[in-house]
Design a protein around this ligand. Structure first.
Ligand SMILES: Cc1cc2nc3c(=O)[nH]c(=O)nc-3n(C[C@H](O)[C@H](O)[C@H](O)COP(=O)(O)OP(=O)(O)OC[C@H]3O[C@@H](n4cnc5c(N)ncnc54)[C@H](O)[C@@H]3O)c2cc1C
Length: 331
């Protein structure tokens, strides 16, 4: 049985109090929300904070009025009738029902990056002399790499990037609002631009986009994404007025493909236009050999998934393909 290391548990009642504890305790303190990622990670000694600052008693993080409180559970986000399509699809496909009842939107956005050589027990990692992300000096995925290439596996981040959402971060110096895309660095270790004493408090989502999210995973029941494609459109009749497409799970950060968005503007969503936009998306997918399934196939399939997303936004009935791709295996 894997045991948790010892830690002190603090339970602030407000964001201001949580920030104060984080600032006072320094790097030995970490926030915990649902704990569905952090606690298993602590059991494997990926993180060993001396102080855990729980956000569960912070009611202001659970508000849903204009913005989404970071402490809302994924199940609450899915159940809210005003949740835009891409976010609902993404949140509904995170893990299992039990985990979505515990796991929060803020925790999902701040999810640790993942890698075959990292998401293992301490003994396993010790046997390979650890890896660059934690306790070692070599990246076993790309041995010449000075940068950790662990992969961003949050489902909701690409959806929120496509939706042009912003996050609010509260620190000792006050509040700042940044686009969701700017929350991420392309670095498997230092993957967030959030400062260690900042709390992600809310997510603001403009309501004017029609959006979808397509996820590739091995098991239809639950699995981390091997690819996530989020697309959002504003239409002027049958012409695309604005478009945003984002990819997840193919780099250390989720990111937007501006070129594909620009290409779609002013065009009708014909099969040819969709095919060309999908290729622009797939060209930017650079999956590494550090998750499940063949990386060349994962890159190839990005083209298909971007096409599915755009066809669904065009109004095509994609039900059968959604069902099939839930269990998509290389042919
Ligand atoms: C079996 C299994 C399957 C999973 N499948 C998926 C999946 O398919 N897709 C997916 O995206 N995730 C998946 N997860 C990961 C995780 O369950 C979810 O991402 C969940 O949303 C994390 O939220 P949490 O509230 O539990 O985060 P926690 O575990 O509490 O925290 C995660 C990280 O976020 C930080 N944090 C939490 N809240 C805040 C905040 N408000 N401000 C700043 N930092 C904060 C914590 O310090 C920690 O570093 C899976 C987990 C398990 C165990």
């Amino acid at each position: 049985m894997l045991r948790l290391p010892w830690f002190e548990y603090r339970s602030p009642r407000s964001v201001a109090e949580a920030v104060k504890i984080l600032a006072g305790e320094g790097p030995q303190a970490m926030l915990v929300a649902g704990g569905t990622d952090l606690l298993p990670n602590m059991k494997r000694r990926h993180q060993s904070p001396k102080v855990l600052v729980s956000l569960r008693a912070v009611d202001e993080l659970r508000k849903l009025n204009g913005s989404y409180g970071a402490g809302l559970t994924l199940a609450e986000v899915v159940a809210h009738p005003g949740t835009p399509g891409a976010l609902r699809h993404a949140a509904a496909q995170v893990a299992t029902a039990q985990i979505r009842n515990m796991g929060t939107l803020g925790g999902n956005l701040c999810l640790d990056t993942r890698c075959t050589y990292y998401n293992q027990t301490e003994e396993w990692r010790k046997a390979i002399d650890y890896c660059l992300k934690k306790d070692g000096s070599v990246c076993w995925v790309a041995t010449a790499s000075k940068r950790c290439v662990a992969v961003s596996s949050t489902d909701t981040a690409p959806a929120l990037i496509a939706l042009d959402a912003k996050v609010t971060l509260v620190g000792p110096g006050g509040e700042r609002e940044i686009p969701v895309e700017s929350l991420y660095n392309n670095d498997g270790i230092d993957y967030l631009s959030r400062k260690p004493d900042e709390v992600l408090s809310a997510i603001v989502i403009p309501s004017s986009w029609k959006s979808v999210y397509w996820k590739l995973r091995r098991r239809g029941s639950f699995d981390f994404p091997l690819l996530g494609v989020a697309a959002a459109l504003k239409m002027d009749g049958d012409v695309v007025a604005d478009a945003r497409i984002a990819l997840g799970a193919v780099a250390s950060r989720p990111f937007r493909i501006e070129k594909a968005g620009e290409f779609l503007k002013g065009k009708r969503l014909t099969d040819e236009v969709i095919a060309e936009a999908a290729t622009l998306v797939a060209n930017r997918a650079k999956p590494m050999d550090n998750t499940d399934m063949d990386l060349y196939w994962r890159k190839e399939v990005a083209d298909d998934f971007a096409g599915y997303a755009l066809k669904e936004l065009r109004g095509d009935d994609m039900g059968a393909i959604r069902l099939r791709t839930a269990r998509y295996l290389p042919g």
